[in-house]
Ligand binder design. Structure first.
Ligand code: ZN
Length: 439
């Protein structure tokens, strides 16, 4: 279940409503479907001035592969609501950074191959690359652009008054350069989470001794407490359960890892650089003219555990920033969004020798359809008789492929296709099975 976005007669955003209410409005013909993804209706008989709207906040948890997005109602009828919120809509946005990188790597290999052989030659470009200030690699830029797009869509669809995003993994200000000032990890519960995030970043999210990742990591004292080791961050690392047990009351050097003892004294230098993309995102969100609140990863986790919520990108997004309470409707499911891009700029495919394999690329639209459009096809007779709904891949012959529920049906004529939703660079699912694992 997700709340439904509501627009007034003039397409101004109103408070999102419960899907049952939306069904009722549609049935009474007081509203029409305005957009399918995210599901939006438009009231035919209401204007913004006649309606009461509440404050909403768009919250983001930017991740490297998947980002969480949540729309939270912060203002309520009761004044006491304050920093409590209710999640109305959530999404998990899978980025295409890895595919962009793979495509660029492919192109580079092909060009280099052609130069090395004595054949059709593309002269190397030399010293003509100027990177503008704030340049990001294309794979990272696409992440920022995806989130920008979705924030803009939510701003059109709901009365949003502020944005909130997780800007950094841990709060360097709160930690105040822990290695030097000697912040101790028992200055409160929240500080514990900040320190943990700091250690995760510093030690690369893996066991410092055996290098195992994707296992539960424990905060470990390099010089054990029993031997007078301090509680300072410079004496802490992360290790898996087994290494922690095995090490016992030995120091890291005695355990055969003198390098860890040395490294622990070095503060994490590139704390700001780690988060380049997030800063760029913050900058571009600020351009919307709404206040952008920032939170840390430590606080997100602190909130999530305090509210007893499971780990998911969209839940992390809802938990970003300072807050007193959060209500997540039990039936709420996120919309799984996959960034698909808008086709390729390559003009024609090539064979393994780098020579053109096909004719130049076909038209982008065939009989009004574009690859990525969501269509319903009713095939009356023949081998493929039946009804299909899914993403279409166009062929200039007019014989299309339809991808639905993980299988591809080939050779469906354009004549049987009906356009449901025009491709906008994303594909959606409410099940979310076919998406990459988190981060
Ligand atoms: Zn280990």
């Amino acid at each position: 279940m997700q709340y439904v976005f509501v627009l007034d007669r003039d397409k101004q955003p109103l408070d999102p409503c419960h899907p049952a209410r939306a069904r009722q409005l549609l049935k009474e013909k007081r509203a029409v479907v305005f957009r399918r993804y995210p599901f939006t209706i438009r009231l035919k008989d209401r204007e913004l001035e006649e309606s009461v709207t509440h404050a909403h906040q768009v919250k983001l948890d930017p991740g490297s592969r998947t980002s969480g997005i949540a729309l939270v109602r912060t203002g309520d009828d009761t004044e006491s609501a304050g920093t409590c919120g209710k999640v109305l809509w959530a999404g998990e946005l899978a980025h295409r950074g890895l595919r962009i990188k793979a495509a660029l790597d492919d192109r580079r290999t092909v060009r280099r191959g052609r130069r090395n052989r004595k054949c059709r030659y593309r002269p190397p470009r030399f010293d003509n690359r100027r990177r503008p200030e704030g340049w990001l690699p294309p794979s990272l830029e696409s992440r920022v652009a995806n989130l920008k797009t979705w924030v803009r869509r939510l701003l059109w669809s709901a009365p949003v008054e502020s944005l909130s995003m997780e800007l950094v993994k841990f709060d360097t200000q709160a930690l105040q350069n822990p290695e030097i000032s000697g912040a101790e990890y028992q200055q409160g519960e929240l500080m514990g989470y900040e320190i943990r995030e700091y250690l995760l970043e510093k030690w690369g999210r893996k066991c410092a001794y055996c290098g195992k990742s994707n296992v539960p990591l424990q905060v470990e004292h390099i010089v054990p407490k029993s031997r007078g080791g301090s509680k300072r961050v410079s004496n802490l690392t992360l290790s898996c359960q087994e290494c922690n047990q095995e090490k016992g009351d030995r120091t890291a050097a005695e355990f055969g890892h003198p390098e860890i003892q040395a490294e622990a004294r070095q503060p994490l230098k590139d704390a700001a650089v780690v988060n380049t993309t997030r800063w760029e995102l913050w900058r571009s969100l600020s351009e919307n003219g709404l206040p952008v609140h920032c939170g840390t990863g430590g606080r997100t986790k602190y909130n999530r555990i305090r509210f007893g919520l499971p780990k998911a990108h969209w839940i992390d997004a809802s938990c970003v920033g300072e807050m007193e309470g959060l209500y997540v409707p039990p039936a709420l499911t996120p919309l799984y969004i996959q960034a698909m891009g808008h086709g390729s700029r390559q003009m024609c495919r090539m064979d393994k020798y780098g020579f053109p394999r096909t004719g130049s690329k076909g038209p982008r639209r065939v009989f009004g359809f574009k690859t990525g459009d969501l269509v319903t096809a009713q095939v009356p007779a023949g081998k493929h008789a039946g009804s299909y709904r899914g993403r279409v891949a166009i062929r200039s012959s007019g014989s299309f492929n339809i991808q639905a529920d993980g299988s591809i049906v080939q050779g469906i004529s354009y004549r049987y296709c009906h356009l449901d939703f025009r491709s906008d660079g994303y594909s959606w699912s409410l099940k979310g099975a076919a998406f990459p694992p988190h981060n």
